[in-house]
Design a protein around this ligand. Sequence first.
Ligand code: AMP
Ligand code: MG
Length: 399
Amino acid sequence: MIAFEKALELVLNNSASFGEVTLPLDKAVGRILAEDVFADRDFPPFNRATKDGIAIHYESVSNAFSKFKIQDTAAAGSPQLQLFNTSDCIEVMTGAMVPINCDTVIMYEHLVIESGFATLLKPVKKGQNIHVKGSDEPKGVKVLERGIQISASEIGVLASVGKAVLKVKKNPRISIVSTGDELVNVHEFPKAHQIRKSNSHTLKAALIDKGIASEMVHIPDEKVKTKEVISKLLLTSDVILLSGGVSKGKYDYLPEVFEELNITKVFHKVRQRPGKPFWFGSHEESKTTVFGFPGNPVSTFANFNIYFLPWLDKSLMGVVKKEITVILEEEFENTTDLTRFIRAKLVLKNGKTRAQLIEGNGSGDLTSLTKSDGFLKVPPNKKCIKGAKVSFLPTRRIL
Ligand code: AMP
Ligand code: MG
């Protein structure tokens, strides 16, 4: 059995690559950018009025009550106008090109407009209310770097530089496999000795949250069938996420089936709780990565977050997310030689993020997950006092 840190290191060392795909802009949110993106024009592309009002030639201001004859009106979206007499002005709307011979914009709130003339009510600063051409980013500069995750902010930049289609990292093809003769489908009414499948739905939902589609498959506790299904899935999956069937039980066939199918074991069992019987490996021939999570719902969910999501980040972005630390609201002592993952809820107190422990009833206690925001990671044989900083693995969008 290996330590948690070693297990995570081995998982990350086995990151994979799934290629690239070209997508339309509207399908790209959440994906990882696979190309550098450059400004195709200056940002902004012209001297842009940032207020509705008038544009003037600053030198023509003689005092706070200077009066300007209105020559014309420049609307947003109309070609650039020219101020012919520099002692006159042109009305400009926000987003319009500042006219030739103008260098300053005064907003309507600081003017009186009467009988075709604008009179200033306040002192004016040269260059005010103009968003200068190229002042955000000059043409040709790299505005987005490959490897970043595309959020709504990046979509705006991509749209501005004309990227109607763009290259992103391909998502892995994922199969979710549930195992066990005790499991029935959600719409079925379980007999006394049965329960409904939940892990596959949890995993599918967690993947949807990441924008990744997946297929669900069920395998009964039968060795021949197990081998048959897994060998087929190797041909069609970049990743197989399994729950159950990797512990010491008489019907836990997965480890021997993996071996018979030449799936290389990287490790089996980690000194951690929950999630100790985790099996991890990969199939050289098909390049499929196999995560065999123990079946208890908290174990499956914890290990998906502890191992699979960092593996996915490493595979798609080349890096893993930085660890978050939170302040412990109450003392916790780990008296075991296992790394403990403790369910916790976050609260914001005096501007600081604090963690309250959630009493869970073991690793089968699925409802405790709905009360928690993630897991605190507590190293073996460690006492954490109230107020201690402890690393935290969020399992939902928090705060
Ligand atoms: P196993 O790892 O196969 O020994 O399963 C451990 C426990 O998790 C057993 O109580 C199973 O009934 C339960 N379990 C396994 N798979 C699932 C699943 N997909 N949904 C809910 N519970 C499961
Ligand atoms: Mg089982």
